[in-house]
Design a protein around this ligand. Structure first.
Ligand code: SF4
Ligand code: SF4
Length: 394
């Protein structure tokens, strides 16, 4: 069921485009600011999203890959039985959205067993794919397994840009074909685009492509210097001032484009959103800015965690610090007891300018970029140009 703009509950069968993943957003649009604030307070430090790297095996060789993907699956990856146990554990203490990722998650032959089992346990499943393995038959299986959205990585609006990044000629067209098969089956799609010097000039065209291809959402990612991205960052990371320009552009689009737009792993977008709204005399509420008004920039360890193909739990996939291992502890024990998560849950621990910034509770800076550049996950975000005006008191 989902809540309509008229306050009526309707079945998804009546409106397949409205997905359970986004019921929170719909609900919150109906709430007063106070109700929405209380709703989010109740959700504080609840596990809301798990990025589950089912395999590091992949058919592509993307230059910015977080996972440093391999052509072969690792023999030590979690077995089907371990995956089922994991799903039981998750369903026993939380109700997060699980994003099955990789590598390429469709590389695992038991992907639909795992997705179907999680769906049968009432968990909401999304899939992060490069799209190239999705033909009509695969799209039907994805639909049948109850997957509620598939995100497809698109690193440019043109074949040359995307293929060069993906390391395989023809990857752009096969990814688009995959997206079309999904749309034909009624599976909502999202495009994920990592912004680099290589494609920053094509962002407007990427947005138009997302509209043309009937995508439900476009998520823009800022490069994080981890995995293959570490070597790439020296030449491909756009300067902080350029990020500021892109995120301001993104804010303008978010107010007018009929597409769910999200700046991901660009936590200072949440500072920019508030600065812009203030300058324009608009109050940031769930009614004016939707879910973005009620969430914050970096959720690593506070609402989000990452589970590796070997069972290692991290705050996020780009932050390679081990909070625990599900082969030794339950996911609940790790989520509730990890020292790393507890450090991330108190913004008073932040250092440098993030530590004194008045926006730190809505932004927090990217802990992975801080870690990647300094080795300290609590250091200041290196790609934010903002100079805090005042020290915050707790
Ligand atoms: S640390 Fe936070 S902002 Fe940075 S990549 Fe991870 S989730 Fe994204
Ligand atoms: S200084 Fe840190 S907390 Fe403040 S806006 Fe920049 S990244 Fe966010």
């Amino acid at each position: 069921m989902y809540l309509t703009g008229n306050g009526e509950w309707k079945s998804y069968m009546e409106h397949p485009g409205a997905m359970p993943i986004y019921t929170a957003r719909e609900k919150m649009k109906q709430m007063s600011t106070e109700e929405a604030g209380q709703y989010m307070k109740n959700k504080k430090n609840q596990l809301r999203l798990i990025f589950w790297e089912l395999t590091e095996g992949c058919n592509l060789k993307c230059v910015h890959c977080r996972a440093t993907a391999q052509p072969q699956r690792n023999p030590d990856e979690l077995s089907t039985e371990e995956a089922f146990r994991m799903i039981d554990e998750i369903a026993g203490f939380a109700n997060p959205i699980i994003i099955l990722t990789g590598g390429e998650p469709l590389y695992r032959p038991d992907i639909f067993e795992i997705a179907g089992y999680a769906t049968s346990k009432g968990l909401r499943i999304a899939l992060a794919s490069n799209g190239t393995l999705i033909n009509e038959e695969m799209a039907k299986k994805i639909k049948k397994a109850g997957v509620q959205r598939v995100s497809i990585s698109l690193d440019g609006a043109r074949q040359e840009t995307h293929d060069q990044f993906r390391g395989i000629h023809g990857a752009f067209q096969t990814a688009l074909n995959g997206a079309r098969h999904l749309v034909n089956q009624g599976v909502p799609i999202q495009f994920n685009t990592t912004i680099t010097t290589h494609n920053v000039q094509e962002i407007e065209q990427v947005m138009q492509l997302a509209l043309d291809e009937k995508a439900t959402a476009l998520h823009l990612f800022m490069l994080v210097p981890v995995g293959c991205g570490a070597q790439l960052s020296a030449t491909q990371m756009i300067p902080a001032a350029e990020y500021e320009r892109v995120l301001n552009w993104f804010y303008d689009q978010s107010l007018k484009v009929p597409l769910e737009l999200k700046a991901t792993c660009a936590p200072h977008y949440f500072r920019i959103m508030r600065q812009r709204a203030k300058a324009e005399g608009i109050q940031v509420t769930s009614k004016t800015h939707g879910m973005a008004a009620m969430t914050k920039g970096c959720l690593a360890g506070t609402g989000v965690c990452f589970l590796s193909h070997k069972g290692i739990v991290q705050p996020c996939g780009y932050l390679p610090v081990e909070a625990g291992n599900i082969r030794r502890q339950t996911i609940q024990e790790i989520w509730e007891g990890s020292e790393i998560f507890s450090q991330l849950r108190d913004t008073a621990n932040l250092k440098g300018k993030c530590g004194i910034c008045e926006y730190r509770n809505v932004c927090e800076g990217c802990r992975a970029r801080a870690y990647g550049m300094t080795g300290d996950l609590l250091a200041e975000e290196p790609f934010c140009i903002y100079q805090p005006k005042q020290a915050v008191s707790d």
